[in-house]
Design a protein around this ligand. Structure first.
Ligand code: PEP
Ligand code: MN
Length: 345
């Protein structure tokens, strides 16, 4: 249920509602909009609570949210959530590209690719230090050494960074080095990990599971939000389908469908969807045209030698061309490419 306060209601009225919501056995979550404050009341079951809350001063109305996810829903938070990380605004009308190698393989590679993607206009640097691999014999990442390199590269290039965390025990440590925590597709339903990320003071980029419905995807976001972390970025990265040409199928319809249901930013990941670099430009542009807040793209200066996901990595020079096209499409669909090489459009 959400308690909608009257426009311009007093702080003391909001506080009284928050206290009453707790007394009734619900967990309160306050969302302050431009005009109104909304208090989400999650968890409790008192049948009388709705009428009781309606009587409190400053309350406009109390609505039930029939959806399984509450805090992730547009009903709870009408305006688009915009997440600001080191001056980069993610979500809403802003279009940003997150780019870098799949895995941090060496300091040299990370700095080389990082400088190239920055020059081309990427806003956020990615690089995996803990890699979830299909085979237990594959390269699993450099771990904490990789995190240190990522932090150094982010600082030097003045780019916020994102990296995957796979284990709830690592959340705190990863959060010390990275600006955004990534939860990968294979861990979308790892509820302990989601809850731990919900306690972190860092935005979380949550990828859609390989065969998750949109409701399941939003319920996973709800786990993070319900722990008090309201900075969640969703990422559609392709789902299982038939046919073997692409590794997964980018679900472009997920972009407008998520935007209808949720206020959270939605990105697309053409690299993991395609699994092959020749499809990456078309999928990127399709996602941006559909209204995504940005794309996550894997780039490598020598993809043939990449230790992870080489076949889908684009070369820096092709990434640069793609960024030009992203900028053009973003403009056509009325999006902003602020923070793009420091310029503002
Ligand atoms: C990744 O971003 O490198 C990754 C492993 O992604 P996903 O979880 O979508 O497979
Ligand atoms: Mn990858």
């Amino acid at each position: 249920m959400v308690v909608v306060m009257k426009s311009g209601s007093a702080a003391a009225d909001v506080q009284r509602v928050v206290e009453r919501v707790s007394e009734l056995g619900y967990t309160p979550h306050v969302s302050r909009g431009q005009f109104r404050t909304v208090i989400g009341a999650v968890g409790g079951k008192d049948p009388q609570s709705r009428e009781q809350l309606e009587q409190l001063p400053g309350v406009d109305n109390v609505m039930g949210i029939a959806l399984p996810y509450k805090l992730a829903s547009r009903e709870f938070h009408e305006a688009d959530t915009i997440i600001e990380v080191k001056g980069v605004r993610l979500g809403g009308p802003h279009v940003n590209v997150i780019a870098g190698p799949c895995a941090i393989e060496s300091r040299e590679l990370l700095f080389e690719v990082g400088a190239a993607v920055k020059k081309a206009g990427a806003a956020v640097l990615r690089g995996g230090a803990f890699k979830p691999r299909t085979s237990p014999y594959s390269f699993m990442g450099l771990g904490v050494d990789g995190l240190k390199m990522l932090k150094e590269a982010g600082d030097q290039l003045t780019m916020p960074t994102v990296t995957e965390v796979m284990d709830p025990r690592d959340v705190e440590e990863v959060a010390q080095y990275a600006d955004i925590l990534q939860i990968g597709a294979r861990n979308m339903s790892n509820y302990n990990l989601l809850m731990e990320a919900g306690k972190a003071k860092r935005p979380v980029l949550l990828k859609r599971g390989l065969s998750a419905t949109l409701d399941e995807f939003l319920m996973s976001a709800e786990y993070i939000l319900s722990e008090g972390n309201d900075q969640v970025i969703l990422c559609e990265r392709g789902i299982r389908s038939f046919g073997g040409e692409a590794r997964f199928m980018l679900d472009v319809s997920a972009v407008p469908l998520i935007q209808e249901r949720s206020h959270l930013p939605i990105f697309i990941d053409p690299s993991h969807a395609a699994g092959r670099r020749d499809l990456v430009p078309a999928l990127t542009l399709a996602g941006i045209a559909a209204g995504a807040s940005g794309a996550l793209i894997e780039v490598h200066s020598c993809p043939d030698r990449a230790l992870c996901d080489g076949p889908q990595a684009v070369l820096p020079k092709n990434f640069e061309r793609l960024m030009e096209q992203v900028r053009q499409i973003a403009r056509v669909v009325g999006r902003k490419t602020t923070d793009w090489n420091g310029s503002s459009e």
